[in-house]
Design a protein around this ligand. Structure first.
Ligand code: M6R
Length: 607
């Protein structure tokens, strides 16, 4: 959630710390702050709200030094104001933190009993006091930091300045990611390699329980036991160019338009060009022999998993259970004896999904990641990985990562069916060729833009919008509602079309917009019957269908968004596009902050 960046250099670091923060702002934007060590000791500036506010503050009251840390916050403990903004300081210690310190109350009480005065409502401030207290007891800066970190319970990534003239960064991770970057005459720490991309691509990922002492030209890493370890230095794959908005107004708009290319890249990675058959690499044996699959994720990624369930069951005949990670991890689930668990995540750092994956690893269930971030914790800890090639997704609302997840799941379901002899070679190739049409189909779906923009004012004015779908389009209805909620703050709910009459139909009143996702398939007439039911009660029906399905809606819908015909498994993937566009243009109409909607953050590293 929160973003951390630190630099120790032979030159001043403020400007680059701010650049790092701007790249990290997608992780949280409740407040931002910076602290540097210079001739006056540790000095800091903090501001509520966006990084821009901090920049304005610094422009008026600059600070600089050759060693510093900075933070952009997604508030957990304490209101998002200046007082609670990181870095937190106690004496000659400044600290930035991502995560939650679960035992902060008892530690805080202990420090207060020693006469230490707290200035914030946060769980983080206690870390600074613990370190300073250890130094007051006579420990060196390094030992004081390590002894403090040892006492923390919960999830954290921390970076600290310790001592009034010490040109060293201290860092530790437990549950939240942290990387160390190698530059020329300078070193970095960051929440992710993306934050450091303008400065260096040479990074090492701290592992669970690691701590690091980072100096201008070196890093010393210790593992959980305190033993010195060498972690591999990797070249991060993230391109800085890919993270620019270009000519688009928002990252979300750009990412929606990047989908044809993202899907082409993703599929190319899993199709054998000689045979047009799926190439699942080392994941193939896990899927071939599994008697049951579980698919676990959060938010949009969970809806991708839910579509995948329909495909795996229909094509490969494998029983699939889907679960929200935050429920799965605490409900003592009955795990498959001879099965495999799929973990779907854009960031690969979502705390609940990571915990669920570790639960399965401990239970010796084969774990498979479907991930967009190859260096992430989930990618490194799952037995095998299926990568989505969506490229960095910066907009908080997931768009291209979702369709890339669906493409990988479609490919995997087809591959599994083929491995189990449920699809002949010719049938498999037919399915794969249908998927290969995705970039073109999605390009055509993007042409519904003007129509979605014209419909947006209806949604913007409505008290609430209902989304309906059946089969593989039911999770799309949930995703359409989530997309609209998160960026417009309007009420929206998704339902299985057949479930409506069991309660939710009571929500329909004169003029309620009902978005129905129903391209032509064997269930379309059933969905159309449900449309009749809501239309009869005054709903304003907006149908998303394909050419073959358009006739079924005829005069029943007030607006019909017509996609090209959608062969094989392409339907739910292409149908996502108008849903994204409807949400995007409604938010534009309302003037909300599309890329950084209130209360949200891109990567949810707290539970
Ligand atoms: O990084 P992940 O895919 O694990 O993230 C899961 C959810 O937090 C994420 O999909 C969230 O629901 C998005 N904001 C939806 O647009």
């Amino acid at each position: 959630m929160c973003g951390i960046v630190g630099i120790v250099s032979d030159k001043p670091v403020s400007t680059r710390l701010m650049e790092g923060l701007r790249r990290l702002e997608y992780r949280g934007y409740d407040s931002a702050g910076i602290a540097v060590v210079n001739g006056r000791g540790i000095v800091r500036r903090r501001a509520p709200g966006k990084v821009l506010n901090l920049q304005n503050l610094l422009d008026g009251a600059p600070i600089d030094g050759n060693c510093g840390i900075a933070h952009t916050r997604w508030a957990t403990h304490g209101r998002p104001n200046e007082q609670n903004a990181h870095p937190h300081q106690a004496g000659n210690v400044a600290i930035v933190h991502n995560g939650i310190i679960e035992n902060f109350k008892s530690l805080r009480q202990e420090m207060a009993n020693k006469g230490r005065v707290f200035a914030t409502e946060t769980d983080t401030e206690v870390i600074a006091h613990l370190i300073q207290d250890n130094m007051d007891e006579g420990l060196s800066g390094e030992d004081a930091f390590l002894a403090a970190v040892e006492r923390l319970e919960g999830a954290y990534a921390v970076a600290a300045l310790v001592g009034e003239a010490n040109q060293t960064l201290y860092a530790a991770r437990h549950g939240s990611p942290l990387v160390v970057g190698f530059g020329k005459g300078e070193m970095f720490v960051g929440s992710d390699a993306f934050a450091l991309a303008p400065f260096t691509k040479r990074v090492l990922y701290l592992e669970e329980g690691d701590s690091a002492v980072v100096e201008i030209d070196s890093v010393r890493v210790r593992d959980e036991e305190g033993a010195s370890v060498n972690r591999e230095i990797l070249t991060a794959s993230i391109s800085t160019v890919m993270a620019e908005k270009g000519n688009y107004r928002h990252f979300m708009e750009k990412e929606i338009h990047e989908q044809p290319e993202a899907l082409a890249r993703t599929m190319a990675a899993y199709i054998d060009p000689e045979t047009d058959l799926p190439a699942l690499g080392e994941t193939a044996p896990l899927l071939k022999n599994a008697d049951r699959l579980i698919a676990i994720a959060c938010g949009t990624a969970f809806y991708a998993a839910s579509v995948g369930k329909y495909w795996f069951e229909a094509l490969a005949g494998v029983h699939v259970e889907t679960d929200i990670a935050s429920e799965f991890r605490y409900r003592t689930p009955a795990l498959p004896q001879n099965g495999a668990a799929l973990f779907i995540s854009q960031s690969g750092e979502t705390a609940d999904t990571l915990a669920a994956m570790r639960y399965c690893n401990r239970a010796k269930v084969d774990t498979i990641g479907v991930l967009n971030t190859p260096e992430s914790s989930i990618a490194r800890e799952t037995k095998t990985n299926l990568r989505t090639m969506a490229g960095p997704e910066i907009g908080v609302a997931s768009t291209k990562a979702f369709t890339a997840q669906l493409a990988v799941l479609a490919m995997t379901a087809i591959g599994t069916a083929s491995l189990r002899g449920r699809l002949s070679e010719a049938e498999t190739q037919e399915h794969i060729r249908a998927l290969q049409a995705l970039p073109e189909l999605v390009q055509k779906a993007l042409a519904t833009k003007a129509q979605c923009q014209a419909i947006a004012p209806i949604l913007a004015k409505a008290k609430q919008t209902i989304f309906l779908g059946r089969g593989g389009y039911y999770p799309l209805a949930l995703e359409g509602a989530l997309k609209l909620k998160e960026i417009t703050y309007l009420a929206a709910e998704g339902y299985a079309a057949g479930e409506l009459k069991h309660g939710p139909i009571a929500l329909i009143e004169e003029g309620t917009p009902v978005v129905v996702i129903a391209p032509n398939d064997p269930l379309i007439e059933k969905t159309v019957s449900n449309v009749e039911e809501v239309a009869a009660r005054g709903a304003k029906v907006i149908a998303i269908t394909d050419e073959a399905g358009a006739e079924s809606f005829d005069t029943r819908a007030e607006h019909t968004i017509i996609l090209p015909n959608l062969p094989g498994l392409t339907g739910p993937i292409v149908s996502a596009i108008p849903l994204q566009l409807l949400a995007y243009y409604t938010a534009l109409e309302l003037g909300t902050n599309l890329d950084q909607p209130r209360n949200l953050a891109k990567s949810v590293t707290v539970e």
